[in-house]
Design a protein around this ligand. Structure first.
Ligand code: AMP
Ligand code: FES
Ligand code: ZN
Ligand code: ZN
Length: 323
């Protein structure tokens, strides 16, 4: 296997792109592709301050590294979810990266913001952890970016994430989420910031190869709550198709952006956004879903700490005759 650039021994084989690269040319390829995505979709300019959501995993750390190397003005943003050792390790790796590279990092604890950790939120809502987790992450990312003066929020979603989300949207015909799925989302309300995904054309294999070749120390384990998630099944199915028919994943997602998204975006109904009566963030309801969740968690906690009510005296039931 030879590098397509220098004919030297290749370290990364990319059948999906019909190419292979030696380590230095692979790193060039990856950084060039990210820079190209940013410029072609006008995600942000070198003058803008970008808040990079960093989970401590390979994708978001690879994104942060690339943006720093490309000369963009970045600050990291990490949300400590309170999911036991997994969250502690994720924060450690993110903080270690920021220290080693001398870059600014903002850390927010879900327990402090919501009043409970993600596993507790899950119990309070009686829903799978990912549901409260996703809502909390989206809310805290948007609010922090605006409050701290960032014009744009960048996440490390890669091609596999986007293709799997698209597959879920198509399989269940979720027209709302299909219409909203895009690598660059403009602000639609003064309180909703721009959101971008500069890695959207790079596969999980590509981001992992980049992180390894750049010696980035990232959390390898997935969140313990992701076991059995449908998104993992969709990723697996797409990878099996990809193995038989190289380039399918990229064509699937780019085909959607070219052929379906413009039609959905123009046909979609404009949602009326207003400010949440409790926190002031943009929402379609009187009180936003995040504030309703925080209230529910608060009531759940109150019930747990409140002493059990003394049962009212009742007339003893007649003893049943012994057998
Ligand atoms: P996921 O939803 O876990 O696939 O993550 C998608 C992207 O969301 C990551 O690449 C990060 O940019 C961001 N993200 C996920 N979890 C966190 C977190 N705990 N803190 C900050 N950003 C996160
Ligand atoms: Fe949110 Fe696992 S439940 S990362
Ligand atoms: Zn080479
Ligand atoms: Zn609110």
């Amino acid at each position: 296997m030879r590098c397509v650039k220098c004919q030297g021994t290749a370290s990364v084989d990319l059948p999906s792109r019909n190419a292979a690269y030696c380590a230095p040319h692979y790193l060039d390829h990856f950084e060039y592709e990210v820079g190209h995505n940013i410029r072609s979709l006008k995600m942000f300019t070198p003058d803008e301050r970008v808040l990079v959501a960093v989970s401590g995993g390979k994708d978001s750390l690879a994104l942060w590294e690339t943006l720093i190397r490309l000369g963009y003005k970045t600050t990291g943003f990490h949300i400590h979810l309170g999911i036991g050792e997994y969250s502690d390790l994720s924060r450690e790796k993110t903080e270690a990266y920021a220290r080693a590279h001398g870059v600014e990092l903002i850390v927010v604890e879900v327990e402090a913001a919501v009043g409970a950790t993600i596993p507790e939120v899950s119990k309070a809502l009686r829903r799978v952890p990912c549901s409260g987790c996703g809502l909390t992450k989206r809310y805290l990312m948007n609010r922090t970016a605006r409050e701290q003066g960032f014009s744009v929020l960048a996440t490390g979603h890669n091609l596999d994430d986007e293709a799997a989300t698209l597959m879920g949207g198509v399989l269940h015909w979720q027209m709302d989420s299909l219409g909203r799925q895009a690598p660059a989302l403009e602000s639609t309300h003064a309180r909703l910031g721009r959101k971008v995904k500069p890695l959207y054309t790079l596969s999980e294999k590509e981001t992992a190869s980049y992180a390894v070749l750049r010696h980035i120390d990232y959390v390898v384990d997935e969140c313990p709550h992701s076991v059995g998630a449908l998104s993992l099944l969709y990723k697996d199915v797409l990878n099996r198709i990809e193995a038989e028919s190289h380039g399918t994943k990229l064509r699937f997602f780019q085909g959607y952006l070219k052929n379906l998204r413009p039609a959905l975006a123009s046909a979609g109904q404009k949602v009326e956004l207003r400010e949440c009566a409790t926190c002031g963030e943009a929402t379609t309801a009187e009180v936003c879903a995040y504030c309703r969740m925080v209230q529910q968690v608060y009531r759940w906690k109150q019930r747990r700490v409140a002493p059990a009510p003394t049962p009212a005296p009742t007339t003893p039931a007649p003893a049943s005759p012994s057998a």
